[in-house]
Design a protein around this ligand. Structure first.
Ligand code: CA
Length: 530
């Protein structure tokens, strides 16, 4: 009996120790997630993608994530503007399902709905979001948040104002947004409340969104070089009416502030705003020098705004370098999934444009680089068709949590582990609603396969475009009216209808137009209480 008692006691004590240890081991096995997102970062401005700017303006720190992990060449947003892409990332759902389909006049994000941070938080993760949020309603599902509040949630490069957990407003006077966000993110990691829990941190920069204001130390970067021009810089928009009508041409729609022209002194506040924003609308002509030819003026504006864009990117790259160093130094690197992405792409002179919105390649693409040594082979490259709605189910799956069935995206963990036998998807569906603000881009939807793209512009025009991405990767030749393509167009339209059905897009054309017309104010228009 005595022997048994000792053994039982031993077993009992071992068991209780084991239970505690088991929980700790389980927690340690759960990966940390660092989700780094910038705003409007084009693939062409990330040297890992080897685009036309990669040699002149490399991004060595962002590239490290690709070199140590996987680079995705075909990650797409489902609606190429800030808020809608972010809402789709959080919910794993298309804009017409999560309700956030426009930045302008579409109201706030319904923060009571299910998001992947909420699910992670409910499953033992400590969660935080630091930086740009831009969804109107305050973040939910986060133990801590500090998100840009001024400029209707866009935030500013200098003197940014943040909304912090518990509804307080913090003005970071005299500071630069990228620096503040970097320091806050590293400090949050250093001072976590419960470090036995795994973490999920959304580390989200304002940069490189317009108005591209370089921070201290970056003003002169690239000042002595002439940037190369993209192949479609002088596009004539032949056969593409919606492209021709858009107000995002470098020469025709860039304002004085975009290229940092110094305003005259003595203007009132309203006069200053009008002077700075002159150029936004069609027909608002201005030139820095009356002697310039049309081409010289367009080139001049391009060199100015793209250099500023690359300057704010450089600061982000350095901030990411510091974060990567911190993860290494603190021993977190091995068990942390590091994702680098942006809410959508951006035109850096392609088609003679700045901005995004269109279903064309440069704005539909999002960068996606992932490092996670436990599952991803270093230096991998993938060409599957992945969507922003796939992030939520993928991150949940990596955390060992089954994604809710109503999420429309699907986990691409099998792609990360290199165990897919056939393409992840044969085609994707895209839909853009906002019009006419800010850039007069006609609402449209479409299908993209690995080779073809079919787009329908429907709001106050009825135009179709078809591109063969293999023969015409720059999308300058609309093949829709070529009778030879009748069969192909028929097949693509059938698949497009199937995709709409699969994604619960059963809204009538009349209702879609109403979605474009609707005007619901955002919360950011209300001044903060303190
Ligand atoms: Ca954006």
């Amino acid at each position: 009996m005595k022997k048994y008692s000792v053994i039982t006691l031993l077993l009992l004590s071992l068991f209780s120790c084991k239970t505690v240890e088991k929980q700790e081991v389980l927690n340690k096995q759960k990966p940390n997630i660092l989700f780094i997102m910038t705003d409007d970062h084009a693939l062409a401005a990330i040297s890992a993608y080897k685009g036309f700017l990669s040699e002149v303006a490399p991004t060595p720190n962002i590239d490290k994530i690709a070199n140590d992990g996987m680079r995705f060449n075909n990650m797409f947003c489902t609606n190429s503007i800030c808020g809608p892409s972010r809402a789709s990332i959080l919910t794993g759902k298309y804009a017409h399902v999560n309700g956030f389909f426009k930045n302008e006049g579409g109201g706030d994000f319904d923060s009571s709905q299910q998001t992947f941070p909420k699910i992670l938080q409910n499953n033992g993760y400590e969660t935080a979001v630091i930086g740009k949020w831009h969804l109107g309603s305050a973040p939910t599902g986060f133990d801590y948040y500090k998100v840009l509040f001024n400029k209707e949630g866009q935030g500013s490069y200098f003197d940014p104002v943040f909304e912090v957990t518990g509804d307080s407003i913090v003005e970071e006077t005299g500071k630069f947004s990228t620096t503040v966000i970097k320091e806050d993110a590293i400090n949050w990691l250093k001072n976590r409340k419960d470090s036995t829990k795994p973490f999920m941190l959304m580390y989200q920069f304002k940069a490189p969104h317009r108005p591209w204001e370089p921070g201290p130390g970056y003003e002169d970067y690239l000042s002595d070089v002439t940037l190369p021009y993209p192949a479609t810089f002088n596009d004539d928009y032949k056969g593409r009416k919606a492209a021709k009508d858009a107000w995002m041409k470098i020469d025709g729609h860039m304002n004085r502030k975009d290229v940092k022209i110094k305003p005259p002194s003595g203007l009132t506040e309203d006069e200053l705003i009008a002077w700075n924003s002159y150029g936004n609308n069609d027909g608002e002509f201005w030139t820095p020098d009356e002697n310039m030819t049309d081409q010289e003026r367009k080139n001049w504006k391009y060199q100015h705004y793209v250099k500023d864009y690359l300057r704010v990117v450089k600061a982000v790259d350095d901030a990411i370098g510091e974060m990567l160093n911190h993860l290494e130094a603190s021993g977190l690197a091995e068990n942390t999934i590091i994702i680098y992405t942006s809410d959508q792409g951006f035109y850096l002179g392609e088609h003679g444009w700045f901005d995004k919105r269109f279903m064309y390649e440069e704005s539909m693409h999002m960068p996606l680089l992932i490092k996670y040594p436990k599952k991803i082979k270093a230096g991998s490259v993938n060409n599957d068709l992945i969507l922003n709605i796939d992030y939520a189910p993928t991150l949940l799956s990596l955390a060992g949590i089954e994604a809710p069935k109503d999420m429309q995206g699907k986990s691409f963990v099998p792609v990360l582990e290199n165990r897919t036998k056939k393409p992840f998807r044969d085609a994707v569906y895209y839909h853009y609603y906002e019009y006419p603000y800010w850039h007069n881009v006609q609402p449209h939807y479409g299908i993209r396969t690995d080779r073809y793209k079919l787009i329908h512009y429907y709001y106050d025009m009825n135009e179709w475009e078809l591109f063969d991405l293999e023969k015409d990767p720059n999308e300058t030749t609309n093949l829709y009216d070529n009778p030879e393509n009748k069969n192909l167009i028929g097949k693509l339209k059938i698949r497009l209808e199937e995709l709409k059905k699969e994604n619960k897009m059963d809204i009538s054309m009349e209702e879609l137009k109403k979605m474009t017309d609707i005007r619901i104010d955002r919360r950011y228009r209300v001044e903060p209480a303190n």
